[in-house]
Design a protein around this ligand. Structure first.
Ligand code: WT7
Length: 675
């Protein structure tokens, strides 16, 4: 996969050199919202020295029912001084659905297309304008109210990428309900875990979806999850099912009277206006579950006003958004990228978007560029893993299409390797479009370190400089801030508007994970380097989290899933390099006592199936390596460093193994490779 015969793909040696190339803003970014480095410097400085006036001014262009009090921000990041607390725009009242929809319709933009929907199969498409979407959101909000959903209620959403998905999020926001969107690729078990954590009375889903050639029985997965949840003592009162006629026939979908309700039977009957619930700035907007280094996924909680300002301000500046743009973000709404850069940031800005249900390689690897031409996409936002996957099919799938409309290209999710950057820049963008490499996290809610296309000179592979209001620092092992050029742990010093506020129901875990590692700082979990120009180069996670295709998978979660198999006694999971996914999952498995190694080949398949069932296909292990014993210290701690070295075939660099309880396990492990 690594080589694709493309004329533009840089050979390995060459790529590192490419990192030092500088790409100053070009004519494509003329007239940008931030149009010079001086302007960025001036705005950044003011955002740090005077956040009150900086964010206050920005907030003026949003609709507020009630204004905030001064100061605009209050926070404590230092656990030694008391509980961690973050507040923005205290005292203000607003509504996100109002800012995304009503405001544009009232300003006369109701006929502007909100979403061009492109279905999984060719020739499946539709569009919805802002005023149509507003009506639909109101109808759904009214239906939710009619079944007792109200301010503060939890709602779980498990849907494919149809316009009804962002509509469902906006309907919750309209009435003050707290949504938890679960990515449609997660298994019934994962969905059940998330439902049990937030305990909604309703789940919104769809009958099915096709992803590429494969149909996925979403409703069946929800049914299984609802039963599991029931067995644990929580009952779901309503499953609202969007009848996705293009993916499944209604008569083939299992339906339980009294529990299941067809969206099309109830929503269109509701009145098309629904007054908004004016919400306090710090009331919760949504929860989104993400993997941590230990235990079960964490429910990251974001609140209304700061998140709204953060997501929409970054959208405006980072993509240099203008009214005539056609913006396409390939992320699913089930991830934070789909929350901030499909549902909310673009909508607050009144953007016209493409919403794509399928995969960029179906029916062939030209689909993405076909979509770009079909809708004249100007701003494209995707992930390095998608770029590498498309690159591996060769240039001809790209060059077959015009792509003339493209103006800015964005990337997110993992560090972008210079080869992929080069291909994205030279082949996809024909050297014309700046690449905005945006570093951020589910927890940060919005872009944190990112270029601004009209202001920042790009360096391939660097996320460049902090966004307004973001104060990063690099710490050494001892937790000391480093000056100038350095490498270490990336932390953030002060609260930014879209900071997460807590972990759902577990403020203590929130403090432990993010604020106790280096007291006084928000700990990102990422390693980074800062160069002589102050540019940040993200290196990757420094905790036990694997970044698979830009999605976070906790090693502990995969280990937990593997041990669900009756023959698995113990498992240890480490990241491995993967040419397309960035990182893959490498699992060491110890079988129950008495099993002979190697066991029958079918056992690997069974173990993989167990993980897919427990978590979902995204957590599928790439390698299973039999481990009659795991390298442990005398106190029983697994030495993952050794496992990582063996996984990357660097056993000549194992380092000190003298602290192992039984050093011979290493030799046994090496013998088991490839078995
Ligand atoms: C982790 C956050 C933010 C939306 C997608 C992932 C890695 C993210 C970049 C980037 C290098 C990146 C980090 C981060 N990451 N963007 N541009 N360059 N690394 O969200 O699942 O919360 O994961 O993704 O390791 O901590 P997430």
């Amino acid at each position: 996969m690594a080589s694709n015969g493309s004329a533009h793909a840089a050979p390995a040696g060459h790529a590192d050199e490419y990192k030092n190339h500088l790409f100053p803003p070009n004519s494509a970014s003329q007239g940008a919202h931030v149009s010079s480095r001086e302007q960025y410097d001036e705005m950044y400085k003011r955002s740090i020295t005077d956040p009150d006036s900086f964010w206050g001014e920005i907030a003026e262009s949003f609709y507020w029912k009630k204004r905030w009090q001064s100061p605009v921000r209050r926070f404590n990041f230092d656990v030694r001084k008391g509980p961690v607390k973050i507040e923005w725009f205290v005292g203000a009242e607003t509504n996100l659905s109002y800012n995304c929809l009503d405001r544009h319709v009232e300003a006369g933009h109701g006929d502007r297309v909100a979403f061009y929907w492109e279905g999984n199969d060719l020739n499946e498409d539709s569009k919805i304008t802002y005023s149509q979407l507003l009506k639909q959101v109101c109808q759904l909000a009214n239906y939710l109210k009619s079944i007792g959903v109200k301010r503060g209620s939890d709602v779980t959403i498990y849907m494919p990428m149809v316009p009804e998905l962002p509509a469902a999020m906006l309907a919750c926001a309209r009435i003050g309900a707290v949504h938890s969107v679960v990515f449609g690729g997660f298994s019934a078990e994962s969905l059940a875990g998330r439902i049990l954590d937030s305990k909604p009375s309703i789940v919104i889903t769809a009958s099915a979806v096709k992803r590429g050639a494969k149909p996925i029985d979403l409703k069946g997965i929800v049914d299984t999850a609802v039963k599991r949840v029931q067995a644990q003592g929580h009952s779901i009162k309503t499953v609202l099912v969007f009848d996705h006629v293009l993916a499944a026939k209604r008569e083939n979908v299992a339906f339980t009277e009294g529990l299941d309700v067809w969206w099309q039977d109830v929503v269109p009957r509701q009145p098309t206006d629904c007054p908004v619930e004016w919400m306090g700035a710090e009331e919760p907007l949504f929860k989104l579950y993400t993997s941590g280094s230990t235990g079960k996924p964490k429910g990251v909680e974001h609140t209304l006003a700061g998140y709204m300002i953060g997501a929409s301000t970054t959208f405006k500046y980072v993509f240099d958004h203008r009214a005539e743009d056609i913006y396409w973000c390939t992320a699913d709404c089930g991830w934070i990228t789909g929350h901030s850069y499909v549902a909310y940031g673009p909508m607050v800005n009144g953007a016209t978007q493409v919403l794509f249900e399928g995969v960029p390689t179906y029916p062939d690897a030209g689909r993405a560029w076909d979509i770009v031409d079909k809708y004249k996409v100007t701003l494209l936002y995707t992930a390095p893993t998608a770029i590498r996957a498309l690159q591996s099919f060769g240039d001809s799938f790209v060059t077959k299409y015009s792509r003339k409309s493209l103006r800015i290209l964005g990337t997110v999710g993992e560090p972008i390797n210079p080869e992929a950057w080069k291909w994205y820049h030279e082949v996809v963008g024909e050297g014309r479009c700046p690449i905005v490499d945006t570093w951020w996290q589910t927890e940060t809610g919005a872009h944190m370190i990112t270029p601004l296309p009209g202001a920042t000179t790009l360096k391939p592979g660097s996320a460049t400089l902090p966004f307004f209001g973001v104060e990063p620092a690099v710490l050494n092992e001892k937790g000391e801030e480093q000056e100038g050029e350095c490498e270490g742990y990336l932390v953030i010093k002060k609260a930014w508007p879209s900071s997460m506020r807590t972990l759902s129901g577990d403020h203590e875990r929130f403090e432990t994970t993010y604020f106790k590692v280096y007291p006084g700082y928000y700990f990102t979990g990422d390693g980074c380097r800062r160069d002589k120009d102050g540019y940040y180069w993200l290196i990757g996670r420094v905790d036990d989290v694997i970044n698979v295709s830009g999605h976070r998978i906790g090693t502990a979660e995969v280990e937990g899933a593997l041990t669900q198999h009756p023959q698995c006694a113990e498992a240890a999971v480490v990241p491995m390099e993967h040419p397309i996914k960035g990182q893959g999952i490498y699992a060491y498995v110890t079988l129950m006592v008495g099993t002979e190694y190697p066991p029958p080949a079918s056992l690997k398949k069974e173990l993989i199936a167990t993980v897919r069932e427990e978590i979902g296909p995204i957590a599928t292990p790439d390698v299973i390596h039999w481990a009659p014993g795991l390298p442990k210290t005398r106190s029983g701690k697994i030495m993952r460093r050794i496992l990582r070295k063996i996984a990357s075939k660097e056993e000549d660099q194992l380092g000190d193994t003298s602290t192992l309880a039984d050093p011979s396990v290493v030799q046994t492990l090496l013998k088991m490779r490839g078995q």
